[in-house]
Design a binder for this molecule. Structure first.
Ligand code: URA
Length: 249
């Protein structure tokens, strides 16, 4: 098996990083922090439309900063849901395959990263954002955000699976025991699974313990956010402010 990937570590650090105002301007303008003292004192710096003289003011990724009227930064947070088709890579770029980012129009792609991935053959709900804080929070197992999957198996399911998923399984490679997961049997070959973490190929590996191969894996929901039934594979839409906030339990 190839190396397990720590997806959370791959989220770009920039969007969630806060910086002191003078450090931020110094990096943007290529001048020393001491050279910024005068313009700051003279009221030439604005943050979100207000004059800011405090050089220690914390600047977040979505603060609008102007220097002598010129915009230094003006990002707004963006959140999208996408119905991932099979055969598309959960990445922002890939040498050989189409990525989820390629499914968006070029003018919508800028600055987005994935908030949690799905395997190449898996389908369903994928979230994209430029808000690293939000995506990092989503990927924390302790945030209580459960991901809901529908799985079709090669062999019939038995009640033993329910207990094994709830107890957790030892993953030797990572040296961990999986957190309790819920499994509900829907029919002989189909189950719903809820996970609060996202280990490498986690669901496939868990069914692999029973020597049972996953044939299809579809993500239906992340936390309280359910994949919009109106989105065909490959389609996407922006999340409402209510959806962004209500995803956390
Ligand atoms: N578990 C898997 O094995 N694959 C996925 O895509 C998601 C969870």
């Amino acid at each position: 098996m190839s190396l397990p990937v720590d997806w959370a570590a791959m989220i770009p650090p920039m969007p969630s990083r806060y910086s002191r105002l003078d450090r931020f301007l110094s990096a943007r303008l290529g001048v020393s922090r001491s050279a910024l003292r005068r313009p700051l004192a003279a009221g030439l710096v604005q943050v979100n439309g207000q004059v800011e003289r405090d050089r220690q003011r914390r600047i977040g990724p979505f603060d609008t900063v102007r220097f002598r009227g010129d915009i230094m930064q003006a990002n707004s947070p963006r959140y999208l849901m996408l119905n991932k088709p099979a055969g598309v890579v959960s990445a922002t770029q890939d040498e050989g395959h189409q990525t989820v980012l390629d499914l968006l129009p070029p003018d919508q792609r800028q600055g987005l990263h994935l908030a949690g991935r799905l395997d190449f053959h898996s389908t369903g709900l994928v979230l994209l954002t430029n808000d690293g804080c939000w995506s990092r929070q989503l990927s924390q197992p302790d945030s209580g955000v459960r991901k809901h999957y529908r799985v079709t198996l090669e062999k019939p399911l038995t009640d033993d699976y329910v207990a094994a998923f709830a107890e957790g399984m030892r993953f030797d490679y990572e040296g961990i025991i999986t957190r309790p997961a819920e499994l509900q049997i829907r029919s002989q070959y189909q189950a719903d699974v809820w996970l609060c973490e996202g280990r490498y190929h986690q669901i496939k590996r868990m069914f692999g313990r029973f020597d049972n191969r996953v044939l299809t894996l579809h993500r239906l929901a992340i936390g309280n956010l359910v994949l919009d039934e109106g989105l065909k594979p490959g389609e996407w839409r922006a999340l409402s402010a209510m959806e962004v906030a209500s995803i956390f339990p």
